[in-house]
Design a protein. Sequence first.
Length: 267
Amino acid sequence: MTTPVPSGTPLPKPTPPTDPLPTDPLPTAVPATGSLPAAAPPPGRRLAAELVGTALLAVVVVGSGHQADALTSDAGLRFLANVGASAAALTVLITLFGPVSGGHLNPLITAGAWWTGRGTPAGLPLREAVGYAAAQTVGAVAGTGLADAMFGHPVLRLSAVSRGSAALWLGEAVATGTLLLVVTGATAAGRGRLVPALVGLWVVAACWTTSSGGFANPAVTLGRALTDGWTGIAPGSVPGFVLAQCAGAAAGIGLAALLFDGRKHAP
């Protein structure tokens, strides 16, 4: 028989457990900007993801161009089909490969991830960033060849589509700079999970808005120099495009630092 507690007597406080619950956060997926958590996959797997992802992106960019060219002679419809397929592929591929490698699929996104994360434990090491760029370039060339082969075109034949003018270079700088602003700014503002959708939407806007058609990717630009389709670019036009892309990327990263600095923990 227990003794009743007199009215008004405070109850004893419960004794805390001797083994408190762990407070360390669970490992997170690799974000789309490439910072690497402690539980990130091994380097070889990350490089393979970037190679395969960029190859599939090139397959869609070049292959949808071949498909649209075979189905209609209307330039507007062909462009609409190519842009829609490319944007959809980017959204899917970044979402799919983001937890493995960050889902860069673009040497300039990799350069931006290295630059913004340098000096931090989760930053992308320079050696690995160079490896990413090499894997992306190999993937873009392989994907271009695969797309040509699927449609019965000569594999890796130099393009004759000239795209060399100051207006086109300006368009590439705007398209690429805004892409880097979107990715870097969204991550700094705590919106990293939205990056795949934001990139896909910007690609649609850039392709329809800029004079260059919004290539915005040096690896895929090189790959497109090796196809005979209307999505190609003549090898002599590639250096101007890549330089414009690099200049735009630098401006985009600078704008992101100016506009979003101090908001890294925003919800």
